[in-house]
Design a protein around this ligand. Sequence first.
Ligand SMILES: *Cc1c(COP(=O)(O)O)cnc(C)c1O
Length: 422
Amino acid sequence: MNHSFSLSYAMEADASDPLKNYRSRFLFPQHNGREVVYFTGNSLGLQPVSTKEYLLQELEDWSRLGVEGHFEAKNPWFSYHEMFAKPLSVLTGSLEKEVVAMGSLTNNLHLLMVSFYRPTAERFKIICEKKAFPSDTYALKSQIRFHGFDENAALVEIAPREGEYLIREEDVLSAIETHKDTLALVMIGGVNYFTGQVFDMGKITQAAHNAGAFCGWDLAHAIGNVELKLHDWQVDFAAWCSYKYLNSSPGGVAGMFVHEKHLGKKETPRFEGWWGTEPTTRFLMEDTFEPMQNAGAWQLSNAPVLSMAAHKAALDIFMEAGFDNLRQKSLRLTAYLEFVVDTVNEKHPGAIELITPRDKHYRGAQLSLVFPGRGKAFFNALTRQGVIADWREPNVIRVAPVPLYNSFEDVYRFGEIVLNSL
Ligand SMILES: *Cc1c(COP(=O)(O)O)cnc(C)c1O
């Protein structure tokens, strides 16, 4: 495609964008009387206009019905979580029975490792990426210690090679091969939060299985961003949060996936709670656990309905827009951002180093940019001009134009502000 770095080009691209009307369905923070250039949907998605209405519905039903709302509310709270099976299965490429909206991301990772990290004297190692999101590293290390193993011996972290930013897939695969006799689990972020690199989840899952290990994915930066086929890839488990690309409110209810092959199995250990039992017998208050035959068996507690209402508001928009359409726009939008970065570099050679892969199969919406020789002060200057991006130590600025509410004009304005600030 022939891009051009001009406001008129960007405005034309917006005018012919079939998803252009979705922008007005979101609330933008303001800066000097106009909308900010909001490029942090990968960190906290914007609030849909409709979220308030969805929340008010539950507040209204609660005030009107009290406890009867569990069965009498417009969307009965008892089965509220069931409404997420369809949209989550679409976004993750799963069967409806393999997904459940519940808990929070790090909590869910722990619950899933109870089931899928069961180290033995022979097999106790976990492969993950070096500099994973810190919460994941804490979760992995504490699981290892909990089972009485040494975290230094058991955690194998795959780093980028010297002088490189990205992790080479071949290095992940060869580590799996090297440790194949002692490997219990491979758990990696499907999209790296720092570099925006997308891993070939199908290929790595296959390699983990060939080595006799389980494979799980943290999809915090993947869900709502890149295409997923968790079922076909034979992924054992996955977890995600809903407040990044899914726009479902700060700390909002998260979700998890457990592959069909592990459902309804008595031998799979699990930490259990009453919401994981068959709904038909749940209120009999029996003391024997009858697990649901779907991923709902991992649920502990009754659903956080207010948080789920925000989640529903957001996912209804995703279903309306269609994920394939969103990904198509995302590819174009991020390609334009890449073009703008290259244009800045033509005017100011070496000003920006793009560390995210240029191959669209290996990236989502986000580009991670290094501005050599310019530190936090440069980032602060962008912020003062109305760009909301994200600074990561030691020197990376992450920018993620998201297809639901960002425009080509946003990307153009970003380029203009960067040029003004160099
Ligand atoms: C955002 C993010 C988290 C956050 O975890 P919470 O439990 O939701 O606080 C964890 N891991 C990754 C990879 C993330 O990107």
